[in-house]
Design a protein around this ligand. Structure first.
Ligand code: FAD
Length: 461
């Protein structure tokens, strides 16, 4: 029987598209070659956040004396850490499976290949081949770690984000190539676990998408906690002797050499385009991914691409939103064609999150803007928690007072950002936001004070 939608890839973008199609009365089939949940659940968002929680606890333990608590000693049980991580993944994967079952989404485990605009061939993991007829195809095959043109980087002893998650020892030293979100999250986790962490970034700044004021402060904090960061370094070669890796690179002063027990390659992601037949199908793509219009449709009507594979934002929540949007439109709901702002979170210490434009973007776009900042150190709850490091920065339109960007660095920034997200999405004015009452004592008061400070309405600044 012909399906309404066949989805290739069972990550957050793919399973969201399949489930929403079914919820709207359509028939959908999901093809996944490995594990349901994709990169996000199996080797990305979730396992890293399980380990981040370990790091958070270790960080608290290191400062425990400040809370008047004496702990005689502690040690790390890696087997238990791995067990906890795997249990969380299993639990969530089982949840996805139940949801798919409940919504009667058919799941096939194998590799999906587009034969024509209404046929997908599936090479099942047991070797059997099936051809599925469908009205629409959603490509949601995600991304994988990018390969770098570095001599010696194909040594299997070098970690990537997937292999490092299954660590069975805490390296004495860890050299991370790439100071983007993935590299910096691992840097923070292993720094707290006790590794001597060095990060080498090719560009002049780490975490390039973050507002400059926050990153300036973050770099100071990272240094204080013992993370060595080198920017504008090009790594050329990785060698290994019996003891350690020798990493050779260059910066503006010439050759630089680093030594480290272990190395992690964390420099970028590439879209999974292989084995889909997209070239033969004439689907447009470039190195960032499959090209789509504002409906996430490719140049071939009826074939869509959502999530990391279209390169729009490479975030799990953005992928699932796109998956849902595509399903809605395929099933005839055109009302939902909205492109809301996408919040982003970085799980370092302290957390960083943002939504809307940075100050640099405001300048580049020629927007007349005003800014304000409020420090976590001026907030009662932050002090009570012992989390006074951090700040919130607001960018607002100086002509009409609209909130354009919210940037947070501090405890629970990843949860606090959503109020900012609603403000940016609903184009709220600072003067309107000033009338929203925030409970005391809470961290969200920092956001409210930061916004009130834009128009000098805060009594605390
Ligand atoms: P994926 O999750 O990559 O899923 C694609 C699926 O398609 C995979 O399961 C793959 O096996 C399958 N597949 C591929 N080709 C085929 C084929 N031909 N046939 C059948 N199946 C196929 N994002 C966040 O928002 N927050 C975070 O905290 C976060 N942390 C991250 C940490 C790390 C270390 C990494 C690597 C990524 C992180 N991300 C995070 C990014 C997030 O994981 C991705 O944005 C998200 O997984 C993309 O979802 P997707 O559905 O597009 O693709």
């Amino acid at each position: 029987m012909e399906k309404d939608v066949v989805v290739i890839g069972g990550g957050p973008a793919g399973y969201a598209a399949a489930i929403r199609t079914a919820q709207m009365g359509g028939t959908s089939l999901l093809i996944e070659k490995n594990n349901l949940g994709g990169t996000c659940l199996n080797e990305g968002c979730i396992p890293t956040k399980v380990l981040y929680r370990n790091a958070e606890i270790l960080k608290t333990l290191k400062n425990i004396e400040n809370f008047g608590i004496h702990v005689d000693g502690y040690s790390i049980d890696i087997e238990k850490i791995q067990e906890r991580k795997n249990n969380v993944i299993d639990k969530l994967r089982n949840g996805i499976l139940q949801l798919l079952k409940k919504n009667k989404v058919e799941v096939l485990y194998g590799i999906g290949k587009i034969q024509d605009k209404n046929t997908v061939e599936v090479i099942l993991n047991n070797g059997e081949i099936r051809n599925i007829r469908t009205k629409n195809i959603v490509i949601a095959t995600g991304s994988t770690s990018a390969r770098l043109p570095i001599e010696g980087s194909n040594n299997p002893q070098i970690f990537n984000n997937k292999t490092l998650l299954d660590f069975n020892k805490v390296s004495k030293s860890l050299f991370i190539i790439g100071g983007g979100v993935i590299g910096m999250e691992f840097a923070n986790i292993f720094n707290e676990m006790g590794s001597e962490v060095t990060v080498a970034e090719f560009m002049p700044a780490i975490l390039q998408q973050v507002d400059e004021d926050l990153i300036k402060r973050y770099k100071i904090l990272a240094k204080k906690r013992g993370i060595h960061i080198h920017t504008s370094v090009k790594i050329n070669k990785i060698e290994k002797d019996e003891k350690e890796f020798i990493i050779t690179g260059e910066n503006k002063d010439g050759e630089v050499i680093f030594k480290s027990e272990d190395v992690l390659l964390a420099a970028g992601r590439t879209p999974n385009l292989r084995r889909l037949n997209i070239e033969e199908m004439g689907i447009n793509f470039d190195k960032k991914g499959i090209k789509v219009d504002e409906r996430y449709m490719t140049n071939i009507p009826g074939i869509y691409a959502v999530g990391d594979v279209n390169g729009i934002s490479m975030l799990a929540h953005s992928g699932s939103y796109q998956g849902i949007q595509v399903a809605e439109r395929i099933m005839g709901n055109e009302d939902t064609l909205i492109l809301p702002p996408i919040p982003s979170c970085i799980f370092v210490f302290p957390e960083i999150s943002s939504v809307g434009i940075t100050e640099k973007e405001a300048k580049d776009k020629g927007i007349k803007y005003k800014t304000s900042k409020f420090m976590f150190g001026g907030n009662g709850k932050a002090l009570a928690m012992g989390e006074e490091e951090g700040l919130i920065k607001i960018i607002a339109d100086s002509e009409d007072d609209t909130i354009l960007g919210v940037h947070i660095m501090g405890a629970h920034a990843s949860d606090l950002i959503h109020e900012g997200m609603i403000a940016v999405y609903k184009k709220m004015k600072c003067s309107e936001f000033s009338h929203t009452i925030h409970a005391h004592p809470t961290l969200s008061e920092v956001l409210s004070e930061a916004i009130m400070t834009v128009n000098k309405e805060s009594i605390y600044s």
